[in-house]
Every structure is written in structure tokens, then in C-alpha cells.
Design a protein around this ligand. Structure first.
Ligand code: HEM
Length: 379
């Protein structure tokens, strides 16, 4: 989204992406001849796209190229034998725009699997209008002294209208993204835009993730650990008994005392965690708690599997199974809530803290994975 804001914002305008609706620069003082007329210099260089959206690129490019090939092959899969005619300009134009828009806004607007048709129609309208207006120009822009003659083809007015439309479109995309993050106390919007590209970059659309990938998916790991931090399997450890007299936090504990550790209180303690009530997988990827991502016990702040001699022996198996299960679900499908209401995260009663209301979600295959999904067998 940073990339969307950057590449659609005005300080780095050119002739088409004009900065000022009311007083277009075209009519202001002519620039010194050394500066290009059509493309005034940018105020600062844009970040390389590679940097703006690093892992998104490979998966998206591969998926779009594959969708395109599938589209071209479609006629032949139905038994067509003759060669077919194809307008190649539109093919490559749509490929490029789909890749670019998926990179900066996560949406594709051309071809099949377009989710929001009305939005796609508006986008296409803006694109074709931009190309239409890039050709003609008003004579008065070159010879402002002729302005009194009224020799204008109305290009300026059309430009202003186009900029307004474009602004509105981009603002909606940005607002939509912001709402997705705000709507959800669990920042699911952010998580999704981070995790899908991470998996796509590693596996591409040609294979499912496997266990050996898990160590190379730090964000997926962050999501799992953050979930185990906030929503533990058990709030308290099973009863332990002190085999010796000891002192814990200044309290003297006699030998033979029954002890229950409140894991939930430790893992949600604001003295130990910044904003413990917020679901922020990033804290285990880049933040100060990153080390906890390496081991789920470091620092004894994070103890979803307990600690010491009686800690959970199933930790390794559990972490692999959750990683594989959750990772492949995210890789293959897009997930949504069933309605407007947030998911009820309250815990039910019992030995382990199951959700009081079981999770029901909507899903559909991710377009990028259609080909692989259609080939999956049962073995
Ligand atoms: C997300 C998954 C899991 C979580 C969060 C979890 C958590 C825990 C916790 C907190 C304890 C108590 C540790 C303590 O007393 O300090 C425990 C104990 C135990 N867990 Fe797990 N567990 C999970 C999965 C598994 C699996 C998959 C297995 C077996 C295949 C397993 C087997 C056990 C056993 C046998 C104990 C008792 C250990 C003992 O008292 O010596 N757990 N687990």
C-alpha cells in the first residue's frame, strides 16, 4: 500500500499526472530548456519496486502469465484444431496492468476472476481516458499569448475531470485498505497482505508448501506464535509441585507446594508486551520480541507449551502441523468472515480453551492457485 500511495501521489507527476487541478503547470512559467517538458523531474527518486513490495513480485507475475496462457489455450482444450487470431496488444497490455495493480493494490481488473466488476469498469475507463488524452494538446499551452483567441479543444477540462476520477479511485483503494486494517482488531488485512506474498515468493503457484518451507516463512510463524500468545490452549498449566523450597518473585515457596502458572496473565501482561491486546504477528518477525519467534520459551514471557521438565512434548509436532495446515489454507484460498460482524473470539469452558462459538468462514480458491488445485489428486 506504501507503493500505491507513492506511485499514485503527486510530487512525482509528469504531464499526464498533473499536480494542480486549478492552475495546471502547463500555463505557468516555461521551464528552462534543460528540463524535459513532458516529464518534469521527480522531487525524490521512487523506491525501487523491488523494495516497495519485495516478495509479491514473483508469485504475481507467474500467476498472471499462467492465467494468460490458460486463456489462450482455452479454445484448444475444447478440441479446436485451427489456428486462432488474437490481438496481441490487448493481451500484453492487460497482462502488464493486472500485474501492476496486483502488486500495488492486490487486485486484478482484466480477464476472468475479476472480483469487483464495477470497480474494474471504472479502472478501465480511467486507463483508456488517460491514453486518449495523452495524444492531443491545446495550442495555447505552447503559445499562451493566443489564449484570448479561445483556440482550445477543451483538453484542460478533460484533464481536470480525469484527475478527479483518478484521485477518487485511488483514495477509495487506500480507504478500503485502511478500513480493512481498522475493522479488525486482529489486523487480519495486514496479515493477509504479508503472508500470501511470503508464501507465493517461496513456492510460486506450482507447488503446495511443505514442512521444509516452514523455517523460511517468518511471517507465518509470527502469526502462529502471536495466536498462541493471545489465545492459549490452556490458560493455566496443569498443577505442578515444588520438589524443593524455592523463592519466586520474592515469595518463598515451601517444598511440596502445588503450583499453577497463569500463562495467560504472563503472555498478556502490558509490562512485558507492547499493546498485548492487539494481534501483531510482526512483533515476532521484526520487533523487539523477534527472539521469541526462534523459540517459544525465550525469556519466559512466552510459554504456550509450558517450560521446564514437564513442558509439552508435542510442541514440535504441533508447530509443524499448525504451520502446514494454516499455511496451505492461506496459500490456496482467500478467506473472509461470513458477515459484517467480527469473529467471536470468546473462550468456552473446559480443560482447554476452545472457542465458545466454533469458527465458520467463507472461502474461495485464489486465482493464482486454480491450476494447481485442479490437478490435486487424492494420493
Ligand atoms: C498447539 C498445540 C499444543 C499446545 C498449545 C500444548 C500446550 C501444552 C501445555 C501448556 C502443557 C503443560 C506444560 C506444563 O505443565 O508446563 C502441555 C502438556 C502436555 N502436552 Fe501439549 N500442547 C499442544 C499439543 C500437544 C500435542 C500435539 C501433544 C501430543 C502429541 C501434546 C502432548 C502433551 C503431553 C503428553 C503433556 C504433558 C507433559 C507432562 O506433564 O510431562 N501436546 N501441553
Amino acid at each position: 500500500m506504501e507503493a500505491l500511495q507513492f506511485y499514485s501521489s503527486y510530487p512525482h507527476h509528469n504531464f499526464l499526472l498533473h499536480p494542480n487541478k486549478k492552475t495546471p503547470k502547463l500555463k505557468s512559467k516555461p521551464k528552462p530548456p534543460t528540463k524535459p517538458f513532458l516529464f518534469p523531474p521527480v522531487h525524490r527518486p521512487p523506491p525501487p519496486l523491488q523494495e516497495a513490495a519485495p516478495p509479491m513480485l514473483y508469485g504475481i507475475r507467474a500467476a498472471e502469465a499462467r492465467l494468460l496462457i490458460r486463456r489462450l489455450f482455452q479454445g484448444y482444450s475444447k478440441g479446436e484444431t485451427k489456428s486462432q487470431k488474437q490481438d496481441m496488444k490487448s493481451v500484453f497490455f492487460e497482462l502488464t496492468l493486472n500485474v501492476v495493480m496486483r502488486m500495488i493494490a492486490g487486485k486484478r481488473y482484466y480477464g476472468k476472476s475479476v472480483e469487483e466488476e464495477e470497480e474494474a469498469r471504472k479502472f478501465k475507463e480511467i486507463v483508456s481516458e488517460t491514453f486518449r488524452l495523452s495524444g492531443p494538446t491545446d495550442l495555447v499551452n505552447f503559445i499562451p499569448a493566443l489564449k484570448w483567441t479561445g483556440l482550445t479543444c477543451g483538453i484542460e477540462k478533460s484533464f481536470i475531470e480525469l484527475h478527479e476520477k483518478r484521485d477518487k479511485f485511488m483514495k477509495n483503494l487506500i480507504e478500503e485498505h485502511k478500513n480493512r486494517i481498522q475493522d479488525s482488531p486482529s489486523s487480519v488485512g495486514t496479515s493477509r497482505t504479508m503472508i500470501e506474498p511470503e508464501i507465493d515468493a517461496l513456492t510460486g503457484p506450482d507447488r503446495l508448501i511443505d514442512e521444509s518451507d516452514l523455517t523460511n516463512l517468518p511471517y507465518l510463524r509470527g502469526i502462529i506464535i502471536e495466536t498462541l500468545r493471545m489465545y492459549l490452549a490452556a490458560a493455566l498449566t496443569p498443577p505442578h509441585e515444588s520438589s524443593d523450597q524455592c523463592t519466586v518473585g520474592g515469595f518463598s515457596i515451601p517444598q511440596g507446594t502445588m503450583l499453577l502458572v497463569n500463562l495467560w496473565a504472563i503472555q498478556n501482561d502490558p509490562k512485558l508486551w507492547a499493546e498485548p491486546g492487539k494481534f501483531r504477528p510482526e512483533r515476532f518477525v521484526t520487533g523487539p520480541y523477534r527472539r521469541e519467534g526462534d523459540s517459544t520459551r525465550d525469556g519466559f514471557r512466552l510459554l504456550p507449551f509450558g517450560a521446564g521438565r514437564r513442558r509439552c512434548p508435542g510442541e514440535g509436532l504441533a508447530m509443524r502441523m499448525i504451520g502446514l495446515g494454516l499455511g496451505s489454507h492461506i496459500q490456496c484460498f482467500e478467506w473472509k468472515r461470513v458477515g459484517e460482524e467480527m469473529v467471536d473470539m470468546s473462550e468456552g469452558a473446559g480443560l482447554i480453551m476452545l472457542k465458545a462459538v466454533p469458527l465458520v468462514a467463507r472461502y474461495m480458491p485464489r486465482p493464482i492457485m486454480l491450476h494447481l488445485l485442479s490437478q490435486l489428486g487424492y494420493k
